[in-house]
Design a binder for this molecule. Sequence first.
Ligand code: BG6
Length: 551
Amino acid sequence: MTVTAPPRPRLAWQAYADWFGTARRASDNPSDRHNDKMTTEERVDNPLRAGMRSQRTPEPNTLVIFGASGDLTQRKLVPALYDLALEGLLPGGFSVVGMARRPKSHSEFRSEMKDAVARHSRTKPLQPSAWDAFAANLHYCSAQFTDPEGYAQLASMLEKIESETGCRNRLYYLATPPNYYSEITGRLGEAGLASSDDCWTRIIVEKPFGHDLASAAELNRTLLGVFAEDQIYRIDHYLGKDTVQNILVFRFANGIFEPIWNRRYIDHVQITVAESLGVEGRGGYYEQAGVIRDIIQNHVMQLLSLAAMEPPATFEPDAVRDEKVKVLRAVRPIPPEEAQDSTVRGQYGSGVISGRKVVGYREEERVAKDSAAETYLALKLLIDNWRWAGVPFYIRSGKSLPKRVTEIAIIFRQPPLSLFPSTDGSRIDPNVLSIIIQPDEGISLKFGSKVPGPQAALRIRPVEMDFRYGTSFGVAAPDAYERLLLDAMLGDATLFTRRDEVEAAWAFITPIVEGWAKAQPPRYPNYEAGTWGPDEADEFIERDGRKWRRL
Ligand code: BG6
């Protein structure tokens, strides 16, 4: 769409544009605005920044956040927008409307957001002039999500903002508790806010997306009754992490890994999402979710699909998502009657993590004293296709573990013949390629090397070839929400989950949860906070003659 800019009175967003130096060279093509601000030296010294800057800038738009008083808005969304603004990546004519139940003035909302940004933004300290320019475009609309009047109020607020910016592109963000998703979607439709003729309207839906296959399918039907699939952006923040995106680059932009990325060379794969934090005041939500819904159904299934998918025909959103869905559909189901034996569940008791005493899960706020929610899960899954037949994927995730680390490890097969028997009779360690998603982002390859020395008995020790983002690029990666908000504004859905993808993940998870519901839960708590989960998880993998990686 072309944005024409007739002379207008000085407006709030222009203050923002002036601050970032965009208004002076405002052109009708917003896409080039920021690229020419980087010097050649900056591009060379700072490739990540140059990469982000060379992206298109979105068209002017208004972001409406439903659930503006919530944690997500304060910790992630508004800080990410502020950081994008500092990078010069938001368009002139960008505004935010926060919508929530509590009555509040625009200025109260701005001051709350200021505190949130000061605490949670990636760029510290807060830059007062940048904040003022950004905050001028923050608005607040107080309404009950169930009240049609609230949507009429929103509509008139949007019209007022849009009469100033001259642009009717709208992006809705559902950051409320999930029980409001259907209600808000329906109300937006009724109020005529779901489409606009010559501009775009999109909706971002936060997790949890349903609590089982039936509810996810139902939510999809509700959304699709009001919005078209290409207007819907189902978010999984793991896909916004640079290191997660790099899985595809690593596999498909390099010639040497893909030929060995299959059952002929790979013994097994381990995916670990370990968190050292507990439920952090989210006990009410976690009681209903457990780790299987909180982490496995979404983040882990995404990591799995990226690590295991076939190369897409192009890097277009649907080509990438077609391949992800295919691999998810090839995951061998775990039927309810096998759920108990094919998984290991755990729940933490009190313990010590990094010298800090922590309470057990059942002592957390809003958690039942006899809670059956699992805070740890280990499972093995198989992918029934030509690439992966017979290669187990071992998954583990838990809260209150000794450290925070997310890793995908590819453990290769041993050489066919052992020429170098070790002195103690044990086998030489296998080669391991480890993709560290966080916190010490990088990729390393472990291989055996001769220990230097003239001794007759040749000794071999594992060593590592290491790539670290920090060292190679020298810049901190942007927060996942920055990338995803920007992509949604640009209309690029590659890093968002499609309808069939979310349902394929639930189709695998749901029978497991159903199987657990029919069986006795384990005797909880069964691991101490600060340890690597229940002992049964070690026995589980050792039954296959393998071991969890020590991280
Ligand atoms: C969220 C979960 O989706 O991901 C949280 O609800 C979890 O329980 C968080 O702590 C982990 O995200 P990250 O980016 O810190 O790994």
